[in-house]
Design a protein around this ligand. Structure first.
Ligand SMILES: *Cc1c(COP(=O)(O)O)cnc(C)c1O
Length: 388
């Protein structure tokens, strides 16, 4: 950061300044060459690089212990940069069958237009996905903990199989954040984060990040970000920088609340099933203990006994805000059937386990008793709905 230009005498601002300039004046042609070749630190055009983006990149790379980071305009832009940057020899991608809805759409509908094929693998059966990785690939994409069914991918095992197939393993780590898990530490090549979610955490930023070690990938992906126009902006980068000192505290509190809320919800009338990898009843409980060190995250789902009508009553009760996002300080709910997985067929939703009675919960940092109180009140309206 060019904080010194804001200094007065021997004082400099503790909070980094926001540099809104979209373009920079460079002293001469030789200096421009050095900056363009990354031989000298500097900026010329904000679509390529700017001080607030660069500072955030350094901070995020430190959290993930990666060699580099590129900040993008959204989590989807980060996924696009990661995929486009890996495509080459085979034009074949293998993807988890448990992915965020827009990622599925990108793969099956939009990249397909360019002749890129995506094969989906059953992430919950290693024997099945190992078969899909017998054929060479450019990239494999999975989510550490999947949206919304919170299924867990075995990253170390996937990394070996992906490398044997000649590809790069891309891991969307949004439900874990670097506090819960660091996929590159166990063999993943590229990590993607939607900074919009818990990392920014205050429902006021839309940004993403791609992180890795390989410097050749950085050159390619920085070019992809520039030519497709996927860069993030200075003000939101600054807001995200402001969120980072509290990230670990917010993550820990949300995760602890999520575990206790999941256990409590299991006992509540009107709840048919709770999905949370920190519960021994979850199919990936063991995997969560082994590979994620028990970090089951801040997201869970529950099924209401009253189905879609029950969900509607729960939402209308208004106790817990219904918003199609996650990772805020406040506990919020969403409805995957019609929001995050809206554009998928009913068959594909059922296959992933998404039902019409499924409520997704993003657990915030409020006192647990406060969250329980909100859920009790909203759930009581669902049972009234059933009786009437
Ligand atoms: C929200 C989300 C994304 C997309 O991030 P945006 O910042 O909304 O573009 C990608 N992956 C997962 C798992 C998400 O939850």
């Amino acid at each position: 950061m060019n904080a010194s230009s804001y200094s007065a005498g021997s004082s400099v601002p503790l909070s980094p300044p926001i540099t809104m300039s979209s373009v920079f004046q460079v002293s001469d042609l030789d200096a421009f060459e050095r900056i363009a070749r990354y031989e000298e630190r500097g900026y010329f055009y904000a679509r390529d690089n700017h001080p607030n983006g660069e500072l955030l990149e350094q901070q995020l790379a430190a959290l993930h212990h990666t060699g580099w980071c590129l900040v993008t305009s959204s989590g989807m832009a980060a996924i696009s940069v990661a995929l486009l940057g890996c495509l080459g020899a085979t034009r074949r991608i293998v993807a988890s069958d448990q992915l965020y809805g827009r990622t599925n759409q990108l793969l099956s509908k939009h990249l397909g237009k360019f002749g890129i094929t995506t094969e989906y693998m059953d992430i919950t059966h290693p024997a099945k996905w190992e078969a899909a990785l017998k054929t060479p690939v450019d990239a494999v994409i999975v989510e550490t903990i999947s949206n919304p069914m919170v299924r867990i991918a075995d990253i170390p095992r996937l990394a070996s199989a992906t490398h044997a197939a000649g590809g790069k393993l891309i891991v969307d780590n949004t439900f874990s954040t670097p506090i819960g898990y660091r996929p590159t530490a166990v063999g993943a090549d590229i990590v993607v984060e939607s900074l919009t979610k818990l990392i920014s955490g205050h429902a006021d930023v839309t940004l993403g990040a791609v992180l890795a070690d390989d410097l050749n990938l950085k050159t390619t992906m920085a070019e992809v970000r520039s030519v497709w126009g996927f860069a993030g902006n200075p003000f939101e980068s600054w807001l995200c920088t402001r969120s980072l000192p509290t990230l670990a505290l917010r993550y820990q509190q949300s995760e602890q609340n999520a575990q206790q809320l999941a256990e409590w919800l299991q006992q509540q009338p009107g709840i048919a099933k709770v999905h949370y990898p920190g519960l021994p009843t979850h199919a990936d409980y063991q995997l969560c203990q082994q590979t994620l060190g028990g970090h089951a995250g801040y997201m869970l789902c529950c099924e209401l006994t009253t189905g879609r009508a029950g969900v509607d009553h729960f939402i209308r009760a208004g106790n817990v805000p219904f918003c199609p996002s996650l990772g805020d300080c406040t506990t919020t709910i969403s409805y995957p059937w019609a929001t995050s997985h809206r554009y998928e067929s009913a068959e594909s939703k059922h296959q992933q386990g998404i039902t019409e009675g499924l409520l997704r919960i993003s657990v915030g940092i409020e006192p647990l008793s406060h969250i329980q109180d909100l859920f009790s009140r909203a759930l009581s309206t669902c049972s009234v709905a059933k009786e009437s």
